[in-house]
Design a binder for this molecule. Structure first.
Ligand SMILES: [Fe+2]
Length: 356
């Protein structure tokens, strides 16, 4: 059994991808590779976000070398100005704007504090945004602004994030928990992807559980779910409730404590991935000391993954192999990758049909 590493597979294109935090768009254009394409982001004076191909149609100068000016983005070479629709709205020294003076505009929307772009050729579909429970609601505390650049193909990231078994070893100083390692992971399909989860039943609450909520003298049930939503969103959903609590979504939301840890994986290139993260919790909302420690711990955990992913990318490139043996714990990662494969196959079939 041997699986080849493939870093040429097309990306899933008819999707929204997180491209930047809204706070990154200030007075200056922002250049970023998204799905291997050069994109420039900017904010117009009216607040509208532009996401354009980062090339001026005149001499291919990167628009990101220009500036935010004259109501749009102004090329740093000859001063042509483009608005968020990609249309040229001004050319120094001439009144007539040729119809070819335009650049590709990507649909761009701000949501969850992030700038998202639609990378496909189909109409942008607003129902495809992730739906984040608790976001913006009372009683929930948000940690956001998280970003790391990971030097690995996003499929290696998906494998990592759908694999609870690695936490015991790679994250032994942060989230690893020796008591979890023998509890089998269950896998279920969800509306938008997959969930790999396990219940750790009837255990004493951890010191953090006790600090976060009064569980009295009783024990707790803890559900840790590693979730994947196509094509590239991951979230870890942890619920801690009094032992024996009915396992409905309503009870898991209200009977104890709950955490959602989201990662939005946006391919930068075939071998690198933008890793945006945000974290929601319904406990210790107003404790700044706790929050600073939580942020540091999350960043350390994600750095441990970043270093492992980068090392694996290099070895897979060197050998041309993805793996030479398979384990029981591969089930959820493999299912997630197959879901991606099916989406990419459907996309290329649709493209072929369109041109034939
Ligand atoms: Fe990890």
């Amino acid at each position: 059994m041997s699986l080849k590493a493939d870093f040429t597979q097309d990306f899933v294109r008819d999707q929204w991808y997180a491209a930047a935090w809204s706070t990154e768009l200030g007075d200056r254009p922002l250049a970023r590779h998204i799905l291997g394409e050069r994109v420039v982001f900017f904010r117009q004076p009216d607040g509208v976000i532009g996401a354009l191909e980062d090339r001026c149609p005149h001499r291919m100068a990167p628009l990101s070398m220009g500036e935010c000016a004259d109501g749009g983005i102004r090329c740093g070479y000859h001063g042509m100005v483009f608005d968020a629709s990609g249309s040229c709205i001004g050319i120094p020294g001439q009144d007539i704007i040729p119809p070819t003076a335009r650049t590709r505009a990507y649909p761009a929307v701000e949501k969850y504090g992030l700038v998202w772009i639609w990378t496909g050729s189909a109409d942008a579909d607003k129902t495809k945004f992730p739906v984040i429970p608790g976001y913006g609601e009372e009683g929930w505390a948000l940690l956001d602004g998280g970003y790391q650049l990971h030097e690995g193909n996003y499929r290696i990231e998906v494998e990592n994030l759908m694999d609870p078994a690695h936490t015991t070893f790679l994250h032994k100083e942060t989230i690893g928990n020796k008591n979890q390692k023998d509890i089998p992971v269950q896998v279920a399909q969800t509306d938008r992807g997959l969930s790999a989860y396990r219940w750790i039943e009837n255990v004493p609450p951890s010191p953090l559980d006790r600090k976060s909520r009064d569980f009295g003298e009783g024990k707790v049930d803890r559900r840790v779910a590693f979730n994947f939503e196509l094509p590239a969103t991951s979230f870890v959903d942890v619920a801690v409730v009094p032992a024996g609590t009915e396992r409905t979504e309503e009870r898991l939301m209200n009977a104890g404590i709950r955490t959602f840890s989201y990662k939005f994986l946006t391919p930068e290139t075939h071998r690198t991935t933008h890793f945006f993260w945000l974290h929601l919790r319904n406990y210790m909302q107003n404790d700044e000391g706790f929050e600073a420690g939580l942020r540091a711990s999350l960043e350390k955990t994600f750095s441990e993954d970043r270093d492992m992913v980068a090392a694996i990318q290099l070895e897979q490139e060197a050998t041309g192999l993805r793996q030479r043996t398979s384990l029981a714990i591969d089930r959820a990662p493999l299912m997630a990758l197959r879901m991606i494969d099916r989406m990419v196959a459907a996309q290329s079939a649709a493209l072929e049909e369109a041109v034939s």
